[in-house]
Unconditional design. Structure first.
Length: 155
């Protein structure tokens, strides 16, 4: 037990002497290290800018395209709900009703089980999904025009 206390005392004494005597040398070395680290940080930042990985660019493109897809889904959901409420009161021929029903079901299908970001492997996959939504949106425009024509003919 006495040996352990003696050894610890020696280590503490040596540490105190080194910190008092070596303090000035340590400060000089630390300022040199700070200058070197600043230069190293600037170099690594420049290398990061120069060496942007294609995976990072692909990820950023996918996130941008996916945000557009989410917005298009919201808009399609609103349009489908508004058109469905208007369609409940309208009467159509069986052929028109069948095509309108198909288009409305297609839109609801795209919204029922939406693909999440991880389901896409590239921005092109997201763009193709966005094209499907826009195609359904164009068909909903045609349905809306048909409803407006029926409304004008009714008076």
């Amino acid at each position: 037990m006495k040996k352990i206390v003696l050894i610890l005392g020696v280590f503490v004494t040596v540490g105190l002497i080194y910190s008092i005597v070596g303090n000035n040398e340590f400060k000089q070395e630390s300022t040199k290290a700070q200058v070197i680290t600043k230069e190293a940080v600037e170099n690594t930042q420049q290398k990061k800018i120069d060496n942007v990985k294609p995976e990072d660019l692909n990820r950023e493109q996918m996130l941008a395209a996916y945000s557009k897809l989410k917005e298009a889904r919201k808009q399609l959901k609103v349009r489908l709900s508004r058109l469905s409420s208007r369609l409940r009161r309208a009467k159509f021929s069986p052929e028109q009703a069948k095509s309108i029903s198909y288009d409305m079901r297609r839109g609801n299908y795209l919204l029922k089980n939406p693909k999440l970001l991880g389901a896409f492997s590239s921005a092109q996959g997201i763009e193709s999904e966005l094209e499907q939504l826009s195609a359904v949106d164009h068909k909903l425009d045609a349905i809306k025009q048909l409803l407006d024509e029926k409304k004008q003919q009714k008076p």
